[in-house]
Ligand binder design. Structure first.
Ligand SMILES: Cc1ncc(C[n+]2csc(CCOP(=O)(O)OP(=O)(O)O)c2C)c(N)n1
Ligand SMILES: [Mg+2]
Length: 894
């Protein structure tokens, strides 16, 4: 049972005297011997107290005040007045973008209040910290908070990177002249945005792995060492997402002092307070400190300093610590009188402290995140910190400057419209030089190019190396790998049986040795290397570790020991598909971020891919990531034994919606070889913006040689694998097979010929997605060009003259073959693995899901009956002969 927390007892007068004496003693040590000595002394006291049995409560928190004391603040290096003017103009234009967009088109959306609260954080960073990319510096990598996009556009407008028309087209991507995308989307603005950040939580985890990947590139000698930083600007509500906090220990474990998080703690998310009954800054401080991060709190603005300096007894700090975020949100909209009575009124000594401040002055007591004097020292400390990543927790007000229109209100996140009076107040508060007559139009405003503001803004960016964000691909195509790597797979394995996973791993091992691409390959595994038989690679290329291997591995006597090395090539991510995918993204976009063509191969349990981390894959697509996602242990009936949570029969369906992802379900080693060889060429030689999903399996069988002339078909999605040996018959069928189920199809082909006189041709379908996309494309073209010669979908081209019934079988859901049935000359019967998996052997599973050679045979015979080619009694008999139970439960529902 939870105990009620003990009520805190008040100190007696005697104890208060004692408190003072101890504090004075500590002050003496601090003044005479410095901080380091004082810290040691406190540590000694702590140990002593513990040895005497004093139970010290655990706390990872420091008091609710700024981490950097006033005395330690460096002098602000900028011109505060001009920066305020610039910031105000950006605030105005960002707000005007949203207001105007919603006047033009009701419901088009956009956000005012996020940037309004973060403006000072961004502007201090832009004017003094964030370095652009140029010949002399690789530039910082910045993840901007997605909902702050209007502010980033508004700044780029002042910088001269966008015109009024561009701003006017915010959220109107489809204007003929193009628009500014709602949020950061590299796909839509490939010269501007680098990282899609609007799906909350993705940006922090991607930033962590990006920072680690930068180190990896340096440690492996692929890029010069650099002091560049990775900055991620986040919302405090965003920290609710598991992805935000889930990987923070990696950053500290790897000592990523090239990483800085800035969490804009405006205490609000979309619906209301983030932690109304608690304090988000304290909660995050404890989490990040506990994880080993350098935490810098920026809570109070400069006008609190005189009050804090008077707070000898710590009552103000205590009151600050006791008040809840819900209270603070209220104070942000309350009158000075209310603040005096509720915040300072809890103790007469506190009330006395502010006796000579007017109500207006109380209302104007600022939060640290709006005060450049406080933000600058925090950013400076962050970039100077060594040995650990830094998080800056900055307290702000959501919708700052919106006044009655939304400042600090629960509705502010959704505020998209300001009426005339609200616009006037905004204009007045930020001194925007627009006339009262004009203000209702919410016009954009940019001072002339020779104005002090524009000159200042340009000068500062010049000093810092150029504009940000900017996505610029400066990268030569690679030389393709040697043809020799793939030849052995084209030849087939003779009688030797092995699974496609093994074929892939062998191919990978050979590619790692290739002189053109070997160094560029980044193998990524989430603790599954042994599952896929990749352990030999541990020794061959090593597992990456920034510190090398500080221990003697338990298996050091063996040939294939667990080798960690500073220049190790494998990213062994541990059990995190999200982290691995973030590494994939960092490696797959290195051509754009760093001008380095790294080629990621991310191999994982296919079930834990799209189903689990689909949103990261979507982001990878948006970012034009390149590389290969390899879904291992795939196929609902191929992975025996593991059961419901492991058996994947739908990842290929989940791959359908990803626009630039090519997905293949190959059956044979040579198919994989063709796809990978072509994929490398397509992505890294021809520079196409696609990436790949290839499933591999763990069922062993002899790998046949590649049939002549099949390469093109393998890539397009299907090719004729084997004609029926039977020639002289009336009964025909066309059989489609994919993955290991292709072997069942081949068996059915033989059985049908021998027992029923059915001549069935077998097609290997490597990609329903490719066939589907091609069919859609051709059909669309025909619709738009009614008088021209019709284009024929590739699949139709393949089978339009093929005789007989159509049956498809795969280890995936039936929706895949069904998706292309519209382009066949006759109906298709699909067999697939819809339903929850089971723990059982392959034979039993294939019976359960009705995808083995018996069911393929049955489907062919049943189809022939429907076509009136054979009598139903033949099918009745076949059901008996094949030992099929017609009363068996439907696997989709059972
Ligand atoms: C994964 C995900 N879920 C939900 C949303 C919708 N959403 C957009 S902004 C927002 C609130 C953001 O709050 P916070 O992170 O505190 O940012 P602030 O605007 O307060 O700076 C939500 C829920 C989203 N963008 N992404
Ligand atoms: Mg927030």
């Amino acid at each position: 049972m939870n105990k009620e927390p003990k009520k805190k007892r008040k100190d007696t007068a005697e104890e208060e005297l004692e408190n003072r004496e101890w504090i004075e003693s500590l002050d003496y040590v601090l003044d005479s011997s410095g901080e380091e000595r004082a810290a040691r002394l406190i540590k000694k006291l702590q140990i002593h107290a513990q040895q005497r049995g004093v139970k010290l409560p655990f706390t990872a928190n420091t008091p609710y005040i700024n981490t950097i004391p006033v005395e330690k603040q460096p002098k602000y290096p900028g011109d505060q007045e001009i920066e305020w003017k610039i910031r105000s103009l950006i605030r105005w234009n960002a707000m005007a973008m949203v207001v105007r967009a919603n006047r033009l088109e009701e419901g088009i959306g956009g956000h005012i209040s996020t940037y309004a609260s973060a403006a000072a954080l961004y502007e201090v960073a832009f004017n003094h910290f964030l370095r652009g990319k140029n010949e002399s510096h690789e530039g910082d990598i910045v993840y901007f908070q997605g909902h702050a996009a209007p502010g980033i556009y508004a700044r780029a407008f002042l910088e001269g990177r966008f015109t009024i028309e561009d701003l006017q087209n915010f959220r109107r991507d489809l204007r003929p002249e193009g628009g500014l995308t709602s949020y950061p989307h590299p796909w839509l603005m490939p010269g501007f945005w680098q990282f899609p950040t609007v799906s909350m939580g993705l940006s922090p985890i991607m930033a962590i792995y990006q920072a680690r990947f930068n180190r990896y590139l340096e440690d492996r000698g692929l890029k010069k060492r650099s002091d560049a930083k990775v900055w991620a600007f986040l919302g405090d509500g965003e920290t609710d997402e598991p992805e935000t906090l889930g990987a923070i220990t990696l950053a500290s474990r790897e000592h990523l002092d090239n990483l800085i998080f800035v969490v804009n703690c405006n205490l609000q998310r979309l619906d209301g307070p983030v932690r109304g009954n608690g304090k988000i800054i304290q909660e995050l401080e404890a989490i990040f400190r506990g994880a080993g991060w350098n935490v810098i709190k920026v809570i109070w603005g400069s006008n609190w300093d005189p009050l804090l300096s008077k707070d000898d007894e710590g009552i103000l700090v205590k009151r600050m610590t006791d008040a809840l975020d819900g209270d603070y949100q209220k104070y942000s909209v309350a009158s000075g009188e209310y603040i005096r009575s509720h915040f300072f009124g809890t103790d007469p000594r506190l009330k006395e402290m502010v006796a000579d401040l007017s109500d207006t002055e109380l209302q104007k007591l600022r939060r640290g995140g709006h005060d450049p004097e406080k933000i600058f020292p925090a950013f400076r400390a962050a970039i100077e910190n060594t040995g650990s990543p830094t998080v800056i927790l900055a307290k702000t007000i959501k919708g700052y400057g919106l006044g009655e229109a939304g400042e600090g209100r629960n509705i502010t996140h959704q505020q998209k419209k300001l009426n005339e009076d609200e616009l006037k107040l905004f204009k007045k508060r930020f001194d925007i030089p627009i006339s009262d007559e004009d203000v209702s139009r919410a016009p954009f405003y940019k001072p002339p190019d020779d104005s002090p503001e524009i000159k200042y803004i340009k000068e500062k960016r010049d000093e810092l190396g150029g504009y940000l964000p900017k996505r610029e691909v400066i990268c030569d195509p690679i030389k393709p790998p040697s043809e020799k790597i793939f030849e052995e797979f084209y030849k087939g394995s003779g009688d030797r049986e092995f699974a496609t996973t093994m074929a892939f791993v062998r191919m990978l091992a050979k590619m790692l040795k290739d002189k053109n691409i070997g160094k560029l390959i980044v193998p990524i595994v989430p603790d599954e290397a042994r599952t896929f038989g990749m352990e030999a690679l541990f020794r061959q290329v090593g597992i990456y570790s920034h510190v090398g291997q500080l221990y003697d591995p338990v298996d050091s006597e063996t040939l294939l020991y667990y080798k960690e090395a500073v220049d190790g090539q494998i990213l062994e991510e541990g059990i995190t598909e999200a982290g691995s995918m973030s590494s994939f993204i960092a490696a797959g976009t290195a051509y754009a971020t760093h001008g380095i063509n790294t080629i990621p191969f991310f191999i994982y349990y296919s079930m834990f891919g799209f189903q689990r981390i689909g949103d990261l894959v979507w982001a990878a697509g948006d970012m034009k990531s390149k590389g290969f996602m390899i879904g291992g242990t795939s196929g609902r009936t191929t992975l025996a034994g593991e059961g419901l949570q492991h058996q994947d029969g739908h990842s290929h369906l989940l791959a359908y919606p990803l626009p630039n992802l090519k997905a293949y379900d190959p059956a044979f080693a040579y198919e994989i070889a063709v796809i990978i060889q072509d994929g490398i060429k397509r992505m890294y030689v021809d520079r196409k913006d696609v990436f790949y999903y290839i499933t591999v399996m763990n069922e062993s069988y002899a790998q046949p040689p590649m049939p002549k002339g099949s390469k093109d078909g393998i890539l397009k999605g299907m090719y004729k694998l084997k004609d029926s040996p039977l020639k002289d018959t009336e009964l025909h069928a066309q059989l489609f097979g994919s993955g290991t189920i292709l072997n069942e199809v081949l068996k059915a082909q033989e059985y049908l010929a021998e027992n029923y006189g059915v001549a069935a041709d077998v097609w290997s379908v490597t990609s329903y997605k490719e066939l589907y996309r091609d069919g859609l494309d051709k059909e669309r073209w025909n619709m738009l060009h009614p008088s021209e010669i019709k284009r024929v979908p590739y699949i139709t081209e393949c089978v339009q003259d093929a005789p007989g019934v159509f049956v498809a079988a795969s280890d995936y859901v039936m929706a895949l073959p069904d998706s292309i049935s519209q382009w066949l000359p006759r109906p298709l019967v699909s067999l697939g693995t819809d339903g929850f998996g089971r723990s059982a052997g392959r034979k039993a599973l294939r019976d359960f899901f009705e995808v083995d050679w018996r069911y393929i045979t049955l489907a062919v015979l049943a189809s022939l009956t429907w076509e009136k080619k054979i009598d139903p009694t033949v099918v009745e008999k076949a059901i008996k002969d094949l030992d099929i139970n017609p009363g068996k439960a439907n696997p989709i529902l059972s």
